[in-house]
Ligand binder design. Structure first.
Ligand code: AMP
Ligand code: MG
Length: 412
């Protein structure tokens, strides 16, 4: 089978995906989910003209010949409504958030007012109409769409939905993902090593990556290199899983069991092997109609393939927009002579703000796909296109920021 490019692989994969079902959740439960409906404001936000200050509501026209004396006819706290229109020469003491009395068109803050007598205040300056007034509908007009479908509900969006008068929202349910690691060499982290064995890194990497995207781990199994055990694992996970991930066993080794097991299943291969590094052996298809990723065995390959393929697939299924992170331009501050023409290379880097205002990036150290440090230290991923050869220091590259954490610029 022909190797495909990174963007061909992503396009082929996206065509195979469907959206998950929609559920109605209370606001308190909706954090991190994607909206499946547009949210409209039930009423204007704010619903009425409101005072932005503790002070005095007045008619701006009355103050144009300041200094003037105004008669204070009462007080309106937040949550109440002043019952009668304000007459000429009158003011109402008003609290922040209280509705502006009818006839009033401005508020003067209480610090700028002199109290002359029991119900008499002196205003020493002309007050302009509209001062310290929050207009009805300034934040949202009644009926207007305040949140679009696809919006991931972070705290600010949840606040806006509450302000718009919605206590429940239609959101996509989280994807249920099954993880199956292959490899007879794998032991669990707490086990003591014996000759020939290593610790299962991918299982925990994938579980963390899945949860990090707001999806759920429905099963996590280690199947060794046994085709029968792998088939049993597929049978076990498929009824509940929306997506199946395996790691290892997809290169061209003699014991590569994933392909052998898939041959015995209802599996439709979409692509196998991508012109990329790390992660060239990546396999994707539909297993019993469900998206299946055969991720390569090396932890860094698994991590990068999850980031570039599984993550956008999960986001699509869970209704989230956008699918991909923005790519920013950055300066690669260290040469990367090992870049091979013909393979899109994902360089794990750390980023920092440069004194010239641009983003600088430096590789995390050795870039071997078995060097877990390169993943653990990375705060961004740099894309070196397929057509590039060795890259010199100072080259502008595209990066995706993985984390808001950044380094200080290095000493020069
Ligand atoms: P494979 O594609 O199965 O030959 O695996 C490629 C490399 O990744 C081998 O060195 C494996 O030992 C290693 N590997 C496979 N699965 C895991 C895992 N779950 N955790 C850590 N290393 C792994
Ligand atoms: Mg293996």
């Amino acid at each position: 089978m022909e190797l495909v490019s990174v963007s061909e692989a992503q396009t082929l994969m996206m065509k195979c995906l469907g959206r998950l079902s929609v559920v109605s959740l209370r606001l308190a439960e909706a954090l991190g989910r994607a909206l499946a409906e547009p949210v409209r404001a039930r009423d204007p936000v704010p619903p009425f003209d409101t005072s932005a200050m503790d002070g005095y509501a007045l008619r701006a026209a009355d103050t144009q010949s300041a200094p003037v004396l105004l008669r204070v006819v009462g007080t309106v706290p937040a949550g109440s409504v002043w019952p009668s229109p304000l007459g000429p020469g009158e003011a109402v003491r008003i609290m922040t958030g209280a509705p502006l009395p009818e006839g009033a068109d401005a508020v003067i803050e209480q610090e700028r007012v002199a109290i002359e007598a029991e119900a008499l205040v002196r205003i020493d300056e002309p007050v302009e109409s509209g001062r310290h007034v929050r207009r009805a509908g300034e934040d949202a007009q009644a009926g207007s769409v305040v949140l679009q479908p696809g919006t991931v509900l972070y705290p600010g969006a949840i606040a806006l939905a509450a302000a718009a008068g919605r206590g429940r929202l239609a959101v996509y349910r989280p994807a249920r993902v099954a993880v199956i690691t292959t490899g007879d060499e794998l032991l669990e982290p707490e086990e003591d090593l014996v000759p020939g064995k290593i610790r299962n890194t991918n299982r925990y990497l994938l579980e963390a990556l899945i949860r990090n995207e707001g999806a759920e781990v429905v099963e996590s199994l280690a199947a060794g290199d046994d085709v029968r055990a792998l088939l049993e694992a597929f049978v076990r996970v498929l009824p509940q899983a929306d997506m199946v991930l395996t790691t290892g066993g997809v290169s061209v080794g003699a014991f590569d069991c994933v392909e052998k097991a898939l041959q015995k299943c209802d599996f439709q291969r979409v692509f196998w092997r991508v012109r990329q590094r790390p992660g060239k052996p990546l396999l994707f298809g539909l297993l019993a109609g469900k998206p299946f990723f055969g991720l390569p065995g090396n932890p860094v390959s698994t991590g990068v393939c999850f980031d570039q393929y599984v993550r956008p697939a999960l986001r699509y299924m869970m209704g989230m927009e956008p699918l991909y992170r923005p790519r920013l331009r950055a300066i690669l501050e260290e040469a990367f002579p090992a870049k091979k023409v013909g393979l899109h290379t994902f360089l794990r880097v750390r980023w920092y703000p440069r004194p010239d205002g641009r983003i600088g990036v430096r590789p995390t150290g050795p870039q071997g796909s078995h060097i877990t440090h390169s993943l653990a230290r990375a705060t961004a991923l740099a894309h070196l296109p397929e057509s590039w050869g060795p890259v010199s220091a100072g080259t502008e590259v595209e990066v995706e920021l993985w984390s808001a954490a950044f380094d200080s610029p290095p000493e020069r």
